[in-house]
Ligand binder design. Structure first.
Ligand SMILES: [Zn+2]
Length: 114
């Protein structure tokens, strides 16, 4: 089976190093979580929240900024407005839910694409 490099668009990007550490921390504190929604904002801040198997929130929404003590002034003002989202995806906890469940949760949490 040839494994081709997936084109951007539909594929979930992998979390970056700093994000991965946050994701693990969130999952640890959220026993019901099946994954963590990761939202990257155009200012460099991140928004994350654990989701359960029904696509409901399993933690508080956490906002942070790499290598900074707090999120930026803009985020403090608009709370990470969705208009500024540059990338959003769900990082699944292992073992990952089946594709159908993933699609359902993704649509519920991030909204259907298109
Ligand atoms: Zn920000």
């Amino acid at each position: 089976m040839a494994k081709k490099q997936q084109k951007s668009g539909t594929a979930s990007p992998s979390p970056e190093k700093g994000e991965q550490a946050m994701i693990e921390g969130i999952i640890e504190g959220s026993p019901d979580a099946v994954g963590v929604a990761v939202i990257r904002l155009d200012c460099g801040c991140r928004k994350m929240a654990a989701v359960d198997k029904s696509g409901d929130p399993a933690s508080k929404i956490i906002m942070y900024r790499d290598n900074a003590e707090s999120i930026c002034a803009l985020c403090k003002e608009d709370n990470g407005d969705y208009m500024r989202v540059v990338k959003q995806f769900i990082s699944w906890k292992s073992p990952e839910p089946d594709a159908h469940t993933q699609a359902m949760i993704t649509a519920k949490v991030l909204g259907a694409e298109q």
